[in-house]
Each structure stands twice: as C-alpha cells, then as structure tokens.
Design a protein around this ligand. Structure first.
Ligand code: MG
Length: 424
C-alpha cells in the first residue's frame, strides 16, 4: 500500500521488491500520456540529486573528474547506476555544471533521470537548485550524492531509508582510523582524540521537507547536507560507510577506483566469421566504409561482411547468440539495412551488461579491393560506432593465395575477435 506523497515518512517499505522501481519508471514513462504523468509522479517517493556541478580543481584534469571514463563509461554514469542498483530510488535529478546540461543528460541516457538542471557556484547552491527542481514532485525522501563517488556498496541505500523511518536524516560514515594531528605552520600543535570521529560519505538521505526547510535558510557554506540539519538540531543517524565508497578527489583516488572495478571484471573473448558473395551492381561496404568497386556484396542487409563478423564476435563474448538472433533475416525491417545499426546495438549490449569493449580485431579475406588504403578509415568508423578509442581497433587483411572462393573473387570473408571486460 503506497502512502500519499509527502504525507507519511514512516510507511516506506524496505522489503525486497519483485522488480526494480527504476524499471517501473522506464516502463511507465513509455506507456503513459503526459497527462497521466501526474498519477505517475504521485508514486514517486524517493528522488536522488546527483551532484556533478563541481569542476574538480584539486584533481588537475582539464575536464571535471566526474566526466572521466571508468571501464568505458563516465564516472558520473557509474554513480547514477549505483544509486539505481538497489531498486529503491525512483528517479535521479542530475545537477550539471552550467552549460554542460546536455552533455550530462547524454552521459545518463537510458537511466531513470529527470531533465538535467544547472547547478550553482557552490555545493549548497547546487543542492538548492536540485531541491527546487523536484519541488513539484514532493517526494517523501531525497538522497544527495556526489557524482565523483562511483561505488555505493550494496545495502547502503536500504540502510539509509530504514533509518529515515525514525530520523530526519541519515548518512553513511566510516570511523577515523588514523591518528589525527592539528598542524600549524608545518608543526604539530596537538593530537586530536579520534574517538567518536567519523568521515562522512554520500549518498546522504533526508526527509524531503526537512532538507527543503534546511536549505531555505541563508547559505552557511556547509560542505555536506547533514551539517545543515545538525545546525537545526535535527537528528541525523549514521549507517555503515565503506572504504570502497571513494570520492574521486585526487589522481590516486581515480587509480584506486579503477583497480576496484578491474578486480570485479573478467575478460571474455568472442570470435566471429562471415562470408558474402560478390555480385555486380551492389555498393561495396566494408567495416562501415563505402569502397569504390565494380562489384558489391550481396545480402539481406548492406552485406558489410566486416561489421557482421565483428558483431558476432561481440555477441559471442557476451554469450548472447549472433547477429541473426537479434536481427532475423526473415524480418523485412533489416532489408538493405545499414550494418552500422548492428554494431551500435552490439556495443549497447556490452554497456547494458555493465561491461566495456576493450579491443577488437577484424581480418578481411579477399584478393581485391586492396584494404590497406582504407584500413584507417575503417578503424575510425568502427571506433565511432562502438564508442571506443581508435587505438583499440585493428583492421587488417589477407588473401588466400588465389585459392578457394575468396581467391577466385567470388566473395569476401571476414573474421573478427572482440575482447570485453564484464562484471564477475
Ligand atoms: Mg553477414
């Protein structure tokens, strides 16, 4: 039984759900009309603000650190996926650096996100902008999360929401284990007792109305939202934080998080092989590039033998069948289809599995055309379609010494290998 929005903060059901609320969001947004959105928003109880407005001056990179890639996807996308992973967050409200809203939306495409808004000059201003953006939805609970924290250990969000049944706020925190020194002018002036001291992490969770009231007051330069509630005398609980929940602030943090992800990924390799017949009066597409030729390849789609072998290699690495399973030749839709869409789909399947395409290698087998003059264009096209760097794309060719069908120029063959990193 759902509570009317904003009315009760004690009715949150923490028991495991049969399916994810984020998936429900996606399904509903497809099914319902804009007018019915009001009814849908009635169901929206937990919204997470994803703060990515910081410029990361301490990190020293040209781009904000939350935009850097981690296993082939931006850090902020990992942070968003981590927020949605437990199925307890209905929607994410992204808060971007001013002018980068479209970029942030693109990085979060396909996830349960509200339209991205611009943040302010300080963290506090960004949270205030996020709270204003979701005001009409009046969620029961709001989470505030740093986009530079890509790992939220499982169980954190359910513990936070459970704590909100009796407290106005809850945050994950880790006890301080190092001895603390106060230093002035390079010299220690004091050893600070560490007993009872904790390091605050995010996501921080609050009853929406309490956080909204806390931010209604003039800015106090707080570095987290719990501080605002503390100042108001509200109770903020802590739940178990984690050393894995790293805020990427310094370059060594980035290395730590990369190692954490790598330790939870395994490499998988797939291979693909394809042949198409050469016929007159067909265009010749190889690895996404139109090659001037008196003959072209015959087939149901554009018959790009190189992309077909590559797609089968990627599907093979995922153990998800082959190109014919996803795009049956019996369906008229794929008649003369641009094979670019097949490669885009295969790359999307890797992303959907939480993986990264780390290397591909295509070998075209034919006497002619000569492939070498086109190889770099083919590499660039594959890189563009798969969303990977050109330097992890190999395209090469061989002949069969005029033996067999390829040697007689009756057709072109291609073989490919793809290496994918997938979560354990
Ligand atoms: Mg084929």
């Amino acid at each position: 039984m759902r509570c009317p929005r904003g009315e009760s903060s004690s009715g949150f059901n923490i028991t495991p759900r049969p399916f994810s609320r984020a998936k429900l969001h996606q399904a509903l947004s497809r099914l319902i009309s804009p007018a019915d959105n009001l009814i849908y928003e009635y169901l929206m109880k937990v919204i997470a603000l994803l703060l990515s407005a910081g410029h990361g001056s301490r990190f020293g990179a040209e781009r904000p650190k939350q935009f850097l890639p981690l296993m082939g996807r931006p850090i902020l996308r990992h942070a968003a996926e981590a927020l949605l992973a437990e199925g307890l967050v209905d929607a994410i409200q992204p808060v971007a650096p001013a002018g980068e809203e479209a970029l942030v939306s693109a990085m979060l495409e396909g996830l349960a996100c509200l339209p991205t808004i611009a943040g302010g000059a300080t963290r506090e201003e960004s949270v205030r902008a996020g709270l204003a953006a979701i005001a009409a939805k009046a969620p029961s609970y709001v989470l505030v999360h740093d986009a530079a924290r890509p790992i939220i250990p499982s169980g954190t969000i359910s513990a936070l929401l459970s704590a909100l049944e009796t407290k106005a706020g809850a945050i994950p925190a880790q006890p301080v284990s190092d001895t603390l020194k106060r230093v002035v002018g390079g010299l220690i002036t004091e050893t600070v007792p560490r007993e009872g001291l904790y390091r605050a992490q995010t996501p921080q969770a609050f009853r929406y109305s309490v956080l909204r009231d806390a931010h209604a007051a003039p800015s106090r330069g707080a570095t987290d939202d719990a501080a605002l509630l503390e100042a108001m005398g509200q109770e903020v609980a802590i739940v178990a934080g984690s050393e894995r929940n790293v805020k990427i602030t310094w370059p060594e943090d980035y290395a730590r998080v990369q190692a954490d992800f790598a330790a939870r990924m395994v490499p998988r390799t797939g291979t693909g092989f394809d042949v198409h017949r050469l016929v007159p009066e067909r265009p010749l597409y190889l690895c996404g590039v139109l090659i001037p030729s008196p003959m072209g390849l015959d087939g149901h789609s554009d018959a790009d033998v190189g992309l077909h072998a590559l797609c089968d290699a990627i599907y093979g690495a995922l153990a998800e069948g082959d190109i014919g399973r996803w795009f049956p030749p019996s369906e008229a839709n794929w008649k003369d289809a641009d094979s670019a869409m097949f490669l885009r789909h295969a790359a999307e399947r890797v992303a959907a599995r939480g993986g990264a395409l780390v290397h591909v290698d295509v070998t075209l087998i034919c006497e002619r055309p000569k492939i070498a003059p086109h190889a770099d264009a083919m590499r660039a096209r594959i890189a563009e379609l798969a969303g990977i760097p050109t330097d992890v794309v190999s395209v090469k060719a061989t002949t069969t010494e005029r033996l067999g069908f390829a040697g007689r120029g009756e057709g072109i063959a291609a073989q490919a290998a793809a290496t994918v990193m997938l979560p354990l």
